[in-house]
Ligand binder design. Structure first.
Ligand code: PMP
Length: 309
């Protein structure tokens, strides 16, 4: 598990610090109210030997949107954000392993929305290069909170309390991830990814208005599907549709694109031709095996990548 690693450095307060020195004060709003917004970003070794993060500008833009919605100041430019990630990762990257970084704006000063001060903290973890294994998916009794309560559109840690409860529930059912339904009982997303369902040759996913995060991976998968001639439609999905789907997968930056092997204990087709093809196209695109214009790269300086080999 990525979260259990303790890498040597953390980026905090505008510079690199040792892991055990990267601490927040017990009195700050980040601690007492869980006040932060964040992005998980993924870096891949490329076929040509470079190391690059993907879609950083999109993540930066979503971080700013989340911060705006929670009245958290974000005075970072894209260039500074990208530079901070690459500075940290250049100290940690290793041959043979990809990386996932969590970039978090913690509220370190201020109270109830007055005098709010944030700090960008970046932690980065090693990741296996192996493609994800198929998963068992269930449906949680916990639901995605509505837009008028804690909007799914805001990527803030508080939103993941329900994901944590659903994962605990799922573990008892031998499920690696769980579907969260929205307040109307339709499909929203999973605890940390979006849902893809295939029926009669068409890929469907619920729109963000159904209670899903505005996913960057989903936009990328849609672009890949379009260039492969696979129809891709965003529309509300009922739970029973998942039970009769021909193929199913989830997608997200960290999850990547695992197929669903069993849904609510019922096996899905092992062939999954459409989603398997999309999965292959995804990995070929993010690793530069078969580049696609929708994949934006932030490349680590060549010297750093060469030294880590
Ligand atoms: N939904 C949730 C709840 C998530 O945590 C994630 C992962 N960030 C996603 C969807 C997928 O979003 P993205 O493709 O931008 O990573």
């Amino acid at each position: 598990m990525a979260q259990l690693q303790q890498p040597k450095f953390v980026y905090m307060g505008g510079k690199l610090r040792l892991w055990h020195e990267a601490a927040l004060h017990v009195g700050c709003e980040a601690v007492i109210r869980g006040l932060n917004v964040f992005e998980g970003v993924k870096g891949y070794w490329q076929q040509d030997g470079r190391f690059a993060f993907i879609m950083l500008r999109r993540h930066y833009e979503r971080l700013r949107r989340s911060a705006r919605l929670l009245h958290i100041p974000c005075d970072w430019t894209f260039e500074a954000y990208e530079g901070a990630i690459l500075e940290l990762v250049s100290q940690l990257v290793e041959p043979g392993r990809d990386m996932w970084a969590r970039t978090t704006l913690f509220v370190v000063d201020g109270h109830w929305g007055e005098n709010t001060v944030s700090d960008l903290v970046i932690t980065a973890y090693h990741q296996s290069k192996e493609p994800p294994q198929p998963i068992n998916l269930g449906v949680s009794t916990w639901r995605r909170s509505p837009d008028v309560a804690l909007p799914a559109r805001i990527k803030t840690s508080s939103n993941y309390q329900v994901s944590r409860l659903a994962r605990i529930e799922g573990r008892a059912q031998d499920c690696q991830d769980m579907v969260l339904l929205n307040q109307s009982g339709r499909v929203a997303e999973t605890t940390g990814a979006c849902i893809l369902m295939v029926r009669e040759g068409v890929v469907y996913t619920p729109p963000a208005g159904e209670g899903a995060l505005e996913s960057i991976t989903l936009d990328l998968v849609e672009a890949l599907a379009q260039s492969m001639g696979i129809p891709f439609v965003r529309r509300p999905i009922d739970r029973t549709e998942l039970l009769v789907a021909d193929e199913m997968a989830v997608c997200g930056t960290l999850a990547e694109l695992p197929l669903v092997r069993k849904f609510q204990g019922m096996p899905l087709s092992e062939t999954s031709p459409i989603l398997k093809a999309l999965q292959k196209r995804y990995f070929d695109a993010v690793r530069g095996v078969d580049p696609h214009p929708a994949v934006e790269l932030s490349v680590l300086p060549a010297q750093v990548a060469a030294n880590s080999k």
